[in-house]
Design a protein around this ligand. Structure first.
Ligand code: BEZ
Ligand code: FE
Length: 337
């Protein structure tokens, strides 16, 4: 169908492919009949003719989105075509590899339920979730940085009062967490809604247990001065789920499934931008190798172990346990107007 490689093709009439081919011949005079060799193991030689065929297809698919009325959707679709086409042609993707990718995504779909989200996990281990956050949360004044939501957030959680305990049935060392919620001008954000969730000492979230257990998660509201406090569990490192296709991918690529110890927060308040973030435990060995690239230095906090017998802030009895405490002052940005 295409003419001689690197020449203007006369036989394409007015088809999109022909236009694309002609444009390319004009714009890319460097494309000669010299074959090129893509990089990578056992890379095959790709002729200029083959390159041109592939470029024509990419251009035809791009052109098919030309009539899209919504300019943002058009831009997204064009980039969504360009990048995978570049990937496929760069790596010379085999049909078997393509089928494996389809099987992988099918398996991710099959294992996903209301309580298990394999696609979020995939986005997380590829660093895509963190990159979306980076793109959308430019470092702003003194506002608290955002990080990944992860697959274990649930909209419904029990309310606890200030000073209440989010642990429920979850096992672990008690940890007192306190702080304030303010705006970037230092103004208190009274009544901010603070949702928290965390894994237990066995490294599991409530939603990973059989049944409808709700533990290690709750929400509370900051007081009139923006202050809050609650009992949680001292965060411990845990493995992200390894029993699905994402776990297999990590195994096959020699990657660690471990997340640095953390406690999740989602903070919302009228007129303020919602913040989804974590606090991480200072000194944790995994801070530099978090499986989902979620660690930001500004979110690392000391979790101070209290000597046995130290009275708790609210007089709670933790006999037989040690306890620890951490402080997290949260700074919210104003919502975009
Ligand atoms: C989490 O922190 O809960 C999490 C985040 C990303 C992937 C898996 C778990
Ligand atoms: Fe987590």
């Amino acid at each position: 169908m295409a003419g001689a490689p690197g020449t203007r093709s006369a036989g394409h009439g007015s088809s999109i492919m022909a236009d694309a081919a002609n444009r390319r011949a004009d714009e890319e005079p460097a494309m000669t009949s010299e074959p090129t060799r893509p990089t990578g193991p056992a890379a095959p030689i790709v002729t200029a003719h083959q390159h041109q065929l592939e470029a024509e297809l990419t251009d035809a698919v791009l052109a098919s989105f030309g009539p899209t009325p919504d300019p943002r959707l058009k831009h997204l679709m064009e980039a969504l075509v360009r990048h995978p086409h570049a990937f496929i042609t760069e790596v010379r993707l085999s049909e078997r590899e393509w089928q494996r990718a389809v099987d992988f995504l099918t398996a991710a779909g099959h294992i996903t339920t209301d309580r298990r989200q394999e696609f979020v996990l995939l986005s997380d281990v590829l660093g895509a979730s963190t990159q979306v956050i980076n793109v959308n949360h430019e470092a702003s004044a003194n506002a608290t940085e955002a990080t990944v939501t992860g697959p274990f957030f649930t909209e419904a959680s029990p309310e606890v009062p200030i000073g209440g305990d989010i642990a429920g049935q979850a096992k672990g060392q008690p940890c007192w967490v306190e702080g304030t919620v303010t705006g970037t001008e230092g103004n208190a954000v009274p009544g901010a809604r603070i949702e928290v969730w965390q894994a237990d000492a066995d490294g599991l979230y409530d939603v990973q247990y059989a049944g409808q257990r709700v533990s290690g998660r709750a929400h509370l509201f900051a007081d009139a001065r923006g202050q809050y406090a609650f009992w949680a569990l001292t965060p411990t490192p845990y493995s992200i789920p390894q029993d699905g296709p994402v776990g297999s991918l990590l195994q096959r690529t020699g990657r660690s499934p471990m997340r640095a110890s953390h406690l999740h927060f989602r903070v919302t308040a009228p007129g303020m931008r919602t913040l989804v973030t974590h606090i991480f435990v200072e000194g944790d060995d995994l801070l530099d190798s978090d499986a989902v690239f979620g660690v930001k230095r500004s979110l690392v906090r000391p979790f101070r172990q209290q000597p046995p017998g130290t009275p708790t802030p609210d007089g709670r009895e933790v006999a037989g346990h040690t306890w620890c405490r951490a402080r997290f002052d949260i700074v919210l940005q104003p919502a975009a107007s």
